[in-house]
Ligand binder design. Structure first.
Ligand code: NAD
Length: 401
């Protein structure tokens, strides 16, 4: 059977997460990296019809003109990736760089717009922007002989948008694309529309609006496409969704949960703007009240500390009550390399999404809930239970289960 070549189209292609995913993919392809950190390589998923590393082709949209090598060199300087690895994949990085196209800045807010130095049309209507992004996706698929493209949004965190301002049906939202003043969705949603209109799948790894509105879920279904989001669950929130069920199961009452996060990469710089930060804090904070029987007092802080680079420290303080009302404390410190935690999940999400397509699935891919802080259409917030759903999905129609 002819090889099925699959595209990965990264929105924010020269950012930390995207570049690490690209370096990782090249290293996996060349046999220079192991599979630690990759969920799709766990024994539960062995034997599935997942795309091989060699069959994945990368392109993307960006707003900054630096090269993939520039970002990778910065990450190597911060001890996030190995210098030797970088040297050996320079040619591949240059080839992928040549496939990166200017994105859109529609409703991204001043902090993100201020990062842009690529020539990006600023007076397009949303419809014109979608048409241009769609043309890029279609050219990528055609020139690389791709059977399918999975678009993954790993762009900077947009300011929160008012979901209630977005019409609930595609029929009502679609005409607004002609009006730059009235269209209520930001760049992340225009990328989703372009993806669905081109028959691509769309994964939102960020807390941006993306395909969250019901009108876009409807569009995905109308075009026989699929999507999932939002906001990758990689560090502190992963711990929250693992630890909180333990307190609930032992009938221990969590009174307060305080999480202080400090880091210094570009994502941190964007989140330093309180407006952009609001979307992230909301996404990190809501799950405790859904897992615990009584919502504790919570505080999430995110501070940009430049010297930390891509290394994030989360310090969490939990105050809880046990038998006879006695109060106790748990504290933990998580020191993770942000891009390294996120990048393998991007590759996993592409593989599982492509398998869902091969299985004929459309709409919201709820079985991917364990990958996200705010999984669309998923009430369950316990990591372990979400993961069981992924394993059960993998088993469907698979003889080895
Ligand atoms: P980053 O700032 O290094 O990269 C973001 C990239 O997106 C930049 O290169 C920027 O130029 C580009 N960009 C911004 N707006 C764009 C637009 N409209 N179109 C195209 N490109 C655009 O950030 P990162 O550390 O790579 O994180 C990427 C995203 O993933 C962020 O939103 C972050 O919150 C989210 N996320 C990251 C983690 C993690 O790193 N562990 C976890 C969950 C979510």
């Amino acid at each position: 059977m002819a090889k099925r070549r699959i595209g990965i189209w990264l929105i924010g292609a020269r950012g930390g997460v995207a570049t690490t995913a690209i370096v990782g993919l090249v290293a996996l392809r060349n046999g220079q990296a192991g599979t630690t950190g990759l969920v799709s390589e766990l024994p539960s998923f062995a034997g599935l019809d997942l795309p091989d590393w060699k069959d994945l082709v990368v392109g993307g949209h960006e707003i900054r003109s630096l090269s993939l090598l520039d970002t990778a060199t910065r990450l190597a300087g911060e001890q996030a990736i190995d210098h030797r690895l970088l040297e050996s994949c320079q040619d591949e990085l240059a080839q992928i760089d040549a496939r990166i196209r200017p994105g859109t800045l529609y409703r991204v807010g001043p902090t993100i717009a201020g990062l842009a130095d690529l020539e990006i049309p600023r007076d397009e209507t949303p419809r014109e922007a979608v048409a241009r992004l769609q043309a890029d996706l279609e050219a990528f698929a055609t020139s690389n002989h791709l059977e399918h493209v999975v678009v993954v949004n790993v762009a900077s965190t947009e300011p929160p948008m008012d979901l209630s301002a977005v019409p609930s049906s595609w029929r009502q939202l679609e005409p607004l694309l002609d009006s730059p003043e009235q269209c209520p969705v930001p760049a992340s949603s225009l990328y989703a529309i372009a993806a669905f209109e081109s028959g691509c799948s769309y994964i939102n790894f960020t807390p941006a609006l993306g395909a969250t509105p019901a009108a876009l879920d409807e569009l995905a279904q109308l075009r026989g496409s699929r999507h999932m989001g939002y906001d990758g669950k990689t560090g502190e929130t992963l711990l929250k969704s693992t630890l909180a069920p333990m307190f609930a199961r032992r009938n221990l009452q969590v009174l307060s949960w305080v999480g202080h996060n400090i880091f210094g990469n570009l994502d941190g710089r964007v989140l330093d703007n309180p407006v952009n930060k609001a979307a992230k804090v909301r996404s990190k904070d809501h799950l405790l009240s859904q897992i615990l029987p009584q919502a504790p007092q919570t505080l999430v802080s995110i501070e940009y500390i430049e010297s930390m680079g891509d290394w994030k420290t989360a310090w969490d303080h939990l105050h809880f009550a046990g038998f006879l009302g006695t109060r106790m404390t748990m504290q933990f410190t998580w020191q993770g390399c942000d891009s390294l935690l996120a990048a393998p999940l991007v590759l996993d999400l592409v593989r599982f999404t492509e398998l869902a397509r091969r299985r004929g699935e459309t709409g919201t891919l709820k079985f991917l809930g364990s990958f996200f802080k705010s999984p669309l259409g998923v009430e369950e917030q316990s990591f372990e239970r979400q993961f069981l759903v992924l394993e059960q999905w993998a088993c469907q129609g698979h003889d080895q289960c």
